[in-house]
Write a protein that binds this ligand. Structure first.
Ligand code: HEM
Length: 458
C-alpha cells in the first residue's frame, strides 16, 4: 500500500487490515465486497499491496472514463499482467512511434477489426452448429452432466474453428486451448494480481502455464504455415490477420504479432461460452416461464431445421435472455484503467498513475442503476424499457473505443449454441446443488451438474 496518491474526498472501503488492506476481502469474498461498495459513493478507495486502487461505481463517471475522455486513460495493471504473458495484442496498450496510447490503439484496432466483420461471423454459424450437434450426440436422457465441462469443451471446439478455421490443425488448437485454460488459475492469476510477480519463474504453476502457452503458440504457427500454402480466403479471423495491414504505412502484421493476437482472442473467447452459458442454462431451469418463451421462439423460428445465420436476428427474446445472463453473471466481472493525467472524477481528484477499477458485476447489481437488480428479467432489455437506461449502465462487453472486439462473435456463437441445444434438450437443476461462483480472473459458476431431458416438441 502506498500513500503517494492522496484523494481526501474519496471514501475508503471499510475494514482494511494493517499491511494488506482489503486484499483478504478481495481474495475470499470479491463479489459481495465489490457490490457492497456501491453504497459508499461514485468513487471508493480500496487498499491493496502496491498503489491504492479506486473503484468507480457511477455510470456518468464510467462514461467519461470509457467513452468521452478515454484519451486520458491507459489500460490497468491486470491487462498489463496478462499482456506480458501472452504477448502484445489489441487488448493491451501498444505503442507506435510518435503516437499516443489512444492513437496507437486506434491504429492497431483498425487493422484487426475487419476480421470481425458481421458477414464473416455470420458465415461461421454452420460450423458452430455442427460442433454442438457432434457433442449432443453423446447426451442421453436422464443423464447428469457436468454442464460447465460440456460447455467448456464446446467453447474450445467452436472457437478453434472461429479463429483458426476448420482444417488439419483445428483439433490441436482446441486441445492446446483447453490445456492453457486449465493452467490459467495456477499460472496466471497470481501474476496478474501481483504484477511484481509477473516475471518470476518460480511462482507456482509457471512451468505448466508456459508449456501450455508454447503448445498453443505452436498450434497457431502450424495453422499459419498451412494457410500460407493455401491462399483461399475463409471466414475465420486468422485468415483476415494474415492479410491485415496498417492504414498509415501499409505494413502487414508480422507472424509474432498474429500469433499473440490469435492467442489472446482464443483465450478471451472461451469465457463467453465456457463461463456465461452454464449460467444461461441454470437461469432457464430456475425460471420455467422464461424457458417456455425461449422454447416457443426457437420452435417458431427454426421449425425443426438446424439454426442458420438468417435465423439469429429473429431470436429476439433468446437474445434478451443472453443479455440478461451477461448482466447478472458477467464473465469479465472486473476490468481496469490507469490515469495518464490528473483527473477530477466527481469530488475525487486523482493524480496521473492512479489505478481505476470498474466492476460490471457490481454495477449491474446496483439498485440505483438497475431496477430490482437481482431479478432475472430478460424483458428489461425490450427497446421501450431499455431506452430509459443511461449510457454505461451495462458494461458486460465494455464500452467506447475499447469495447469488446468479439462482442458480435460471442453473441452469434452463444445464440447458435442455445438455439441448437434448447431445440432438443432441457436441462434441470440437481436439487441439492448450490452454485458457488468462482472469480479466477473470469467469473464462472464452477462445477455445475445438470440433468438432461429430451424435449418433446409439439
Ligand atoms: C461473452 C463473451 C465476452 C465478454 C463478456 C467479453 C467482455 C469484454 C469486456 C468487458 C471488454 C472491455 C475490457 C476493457 O475495456 O478493458 C472486452 C474487450 C475485449 N474482448 Fe471481449 N468479451 C467476450 C468475448 C470476446 C471474444 C469472443 C473475443 C474474441 C476476439 C474477445 C476479445 C476481446 C478483446 C481483444 C478486447 C479488447 C478490445 C480493445 O481493447 O480494443 N472478447 N471484452
Amino acid at each position: 500500500m502506498t500513500s503517494t496518491i492522496t484523494a481526501p474526498l474519496v471514501p475508503t472501503a471499510p475494514r482494511a487490515l494493517p499491511g494488506i488492506g482489503h486484499a483478504l476481502q478481495l481474495l475470499c469474498n470479491p463479489l459481495p465486497f465489490t457490490t457492497s461498495l456501491n453504497e459508499l459513493g461514485p468513487v471508493v478507495r480500496v487498499l491493496v499491496p502496491g498503489p491504492d486502487v479506486y473503484l468507480v461505481t457511477a455510470p456518468d463517471l464510467l462514461h467519461r472514463i470509457l467513452v468521452t475522455e478515454t484519451r486520458d486513460y491507459a489500460k490497468g495493471r491486470i491487462t498489463e499482467g496478462i499482456g506480458s504473458q501472452f504477448g502484445p495484442s489489441v487488448v493491451m496498450d501498444m505503442s507506435f512511434e510518435g503516437l499516443t496510447h489512444f492513437e496507437s490503439h486506434r491504429r492497431h484496432r483498425r487493422a484487426v477489426q475487419p476480421g470481425f466483420n458481421p458477414h464473416r461471423i455470420a458465415a461461421q454459424t454452420q460450423a458452430a452448429h455442427l460442433a454442438v450437434q457432434e457433442q449432443l450426440a453423446r447426451w442421453r436422457p436422464g443423464q447428469t452432466l457436468r454442464i460447465d465441462k460440456e460447455l467448456a469443451r464446446l467453447a474450445y471446439q467452436i472457437n478453434a474453428r472461429a479463429f483458426c478455421g476448420n482444417g488439419p490443425t483445428t483439433q490441436s488448437v482446441a486441445d492446446a486451448l483447453a490445456g492453457l485454460v486449465a493452467q490459467t488459475t495456477p499460472g496466471l492469476l497470481w501474476r496478474v494480481s501481483l504484477p511484481q510477480w509477473a516475471h518470476l519463474s518460480h511462482v507456482p504453476g509457471t512451468g505448466a502455464f508456459n508449456r501450455a502457452l508454447t503448445r498453443l503458440r505452436t498450434a497457431i504457427h502450424a495453422t499459419i504455415d498451412i494457410r500460407r500454402r493455401d491462399t483461399q480466403d475463409s471466414p475465420d479471423v486468422l485468415s483476415h490477420l494474415l492479410q491485415a495491414t496498417y492504414a498509415d504505412t501499409g505494413e502487414r502484421l508480422d507472424d509474432h504479432q498474429i500469433v499473440s493476437e490469435t492467442l489472446f482472442y482464443l483465450f478471451a473467447a472461451v469465457h463467453g461460452i465456457g463461463d456465461a452459458m452454464p449460467y444461461a442454462f441454470h437461469q432457464l431451469a430456475l425460471n420455467p416461464q422464461v424457458e417456455q418463451r425461449v422454447h416457443e421462439e426457437i420452435d417458431a423460428v427454426l421449425d425443426g431445421r438446424p439454426v442458420q445465420a438468417e435465423d439469429l436476428p429473429r431470436l429476439d427474446y433468446t437474445r434478451r435472455v443472453l443479455q440478461e445472463v451477461l448482466r447478472l453473471h458477467p464473465p469479465v466481472w472486473v476490468f481496469a484503467r490507469r490515469t495518464l493525467v490528473p483527473v477530477q472524477l466527481g469530488s475525487a481528484h486523482l493524480p496521473a498513475g492512479a489505478e481505476i477499477v470498474i466492476s460490471p458485476y457490481g454495477l449491474h447489481r446496483n439498485p440505483q442503476v438497475h431496477q430490482d437488480p437481482l431479478r432475472f428479467d430478460p424483458d428489461r432489455w425490450l427497446p421501450e424499457r431499455a431506452k430509459s437506461l443511461a449510457p454505461c449502465t451495462y458494461l458486460a462487453l465494455g464500452a467506447g473505443p475499447r469495447k469488446c472486439i468479439g462482442d458480435n462473435l460471442a453473441m452469434t456463437n452463444m445464440l447458435t449454441l442455445l438455439a441448437t441445444i434448447a431445440s432438443r434438450w432441457r436441462l434441470r437443476t440437481v436439487p441439492t446443488r448450490r452454485v458457488r461462483p468462482i472469480t479466477r480472473i473470469f467469473l464462472s459458476p464452477g462445477p455445475l451438474p445438470m440433468i438432461c431431458e429430451p424435449r418433446s416438441v409439439a
